[in-house]
Ligand binder design. Structure first.
Ligand code: FAD
Length: 405
């Protein structure tokens, strides 16, 4: 990695593309551009969290569409991929009734519905696979202290100049914000973002259960919020329990034994008892979407552009789809000798991704409202609906196709 395909102009090092943020999405974008005719810098503030013997508690369900991109980019050939856990089934049920639905990869004719992977492990694999890419420079740990993004009145002239914590300055023809929910790139570009808190926290931790997870992702919808048990490679599960703020604090305050019981009870003992418990963490849950993904010479991808409720495990998947779509658009424009960083070209990326991301955000909010409603009548309809869908394969697989990307 870090081959000087970039050019020195005055005090600045000039890259075709500067990506702020080397999280899952920023690194996916860099992989999509690996070997392409662009000089690319990825600037990341934090070192990737070290991989320990035990699985990390921050994991993501990665869908088949994202996996296909990773396979094509050579990301999954790493020995680390042994810690990726394929899940073949998904079992969803409603705590307030008998409604349930099961998705099975065998019925779909595919080997798995997706994989569960630790976030730091995926980041490390994405970073490792850039080692052989001559056109990518990875700068970490580096914080951006200033971004100077200027557009002329006629929008023909654009300049982006970034000052790093090292004192170095870099300039870009295309500035890409992959810097997460609190994106600085978004702020300097004056892009508006509609956001809303769910007034919920996601309680996350790893657990050992007395029954096998059977390579299945388990999800229970409760009026208080969804609870997911995601299978891990070592037989444990990673749980994500969405709870209102007060209940989340109560669950955090319980001692380990009391929490183990509360968790097993909430999951209706589907995986038996909770034998061991890792450290518990809380993450605030919100959703937000920007008014525009692109400006001349600038694009937002991943959580910098949109973030959603984790109940269907889709946030990172949408960001990975953004990353590969944007790369495809600029590679095609450059091959055709078009202005690859112009607003006209970048809008093609926005057209491809904004509608799909918006649909997912609306669906997740709708799901949360539907399952969060305590009305007995609605509960009956909901449970009947779940079981009905379970018996209509065409409809059931339309739903799962969306989730698989
Ligand atoms: C509890 C929970 C469970 C989830 N489960 C799933 C799941 O199962 N499946 C799924 O698809 N999604 C899931 N998500 C969503 C997913 O985690 C996010 O959508 C995804 O991580 C976003 O990736 P990103 O790279 O866009 O942003 P981030 O992960 O936020 O990365 C942004 C990066 O930018 C860096 N950065 C920020 N500012 C600067 C700066 N000024 N200079 C340099 N670097 C900077 C940060 O250090 C960071 O590394 C979950 C979310 C939560 C909260």
């Amino acid at each position: 990695m870090s081959k000087d395909t970039a050019q020195q102009t005055g005090d600045d090092v000039m890259f075709d593309v500067v990506v702020v943020g080397g999280g899952i999405v920023g690194l996916s974008f860099a992989n999509a551009l690996a070997g392409a005719d662009f000089s690319v810098a990825v600037i990341e503030r934090d070192e990737i969290k070290a991989i320990s013997d035990q699985p990390d508690c921050r994991v993501s369900a990665i869908n088949r569409s994202a996996l296909k991109h990773f396979q094509q980019a050579g990301v999954l050939g790493s020995p680390l991929s042994q810690r990726v856990c394929a899940f073949e089934k998904m079992f969803v049920w409603d705590e307030t009734g008998a409604g349930q639905i099961e998705f099975d990869s065998a019925e779909l004719g595919v080997p798995e519905l997706g994989v569960i992977v630790e976030n730091n492990l995926l980041q490390q694999m994405l970073r490792d696979s850039l080692q052989s890419a001559d056109n990518i420079t990875y700068m970490c740990p580096q914080t951006i202290t200033e971004i100077d993004y200027q557009i002329s009145d006629d929008e023909q002239e654009v300049s982006s100049r970034l000052t790093l914590s090292s004192g170095k300055t870099v300039a870009a023809k295309l500035l890409v914000g992959a810097d997460g929910v609190n994106s600085k790139v978004r702020d300097v570009a004056l892009i508006q973002r509609a956001k809303q808190s769910y007034q919920q926290q996601g309680l996350v931790c790893n657990v050992t259960t007395s029954e096998s997870h059977q390579n299945t992702a388990w999800q229970c919808f409760m009026p208080t919020g969804p609870l997911a048990f995601l299978p891990l490679y070592n037989g444990d599960c990673s749980i994500v329990w969405s709870l209102d703020e007060a209940t989340a604090q109560q669950q955090m305050a319980l001692d380990d034994e009391a929490f183990k019981f509360a968790l097993a009870e909430a999951s209706e003992f589907k995986l038996g008892e909770i034998l061991q418990l890792g450290q518990r963490f809380l993450f605030p849950l919100s959703h937000g979407h920007v008014s525009e993904y692109v400006k001349p010479g600038l694009a937002l991808i991943g959580d910098a552009a949109h973030n959603i409720h984790p109940l269907a495990g889709q946030g990172a998947n949408l960001g990975i789809a953004d990353a590969f779509a944007l790369a495809e658009v600029i590679i095609a424009a450059r091959k055709a000798n078009r202005q690859w960083a112009s607003l006209h070209t970048l809008k093609k990326y926005q057209r491809q991704r904004k509608g799909a991301n918006q649909l997912m955000e609306t669906s997740m909010t709708g799901f949360k409202e539907l399952f969060g409603n305590k009305s007995a009548a609605l509960s009956e309809i909901r449970n009947a609906g779940l079981s009905l869908v379970d018996h209509i394969p065409a409809l059931k697989y339309k739903i799962i196709e969306q989730a698989l990307g």
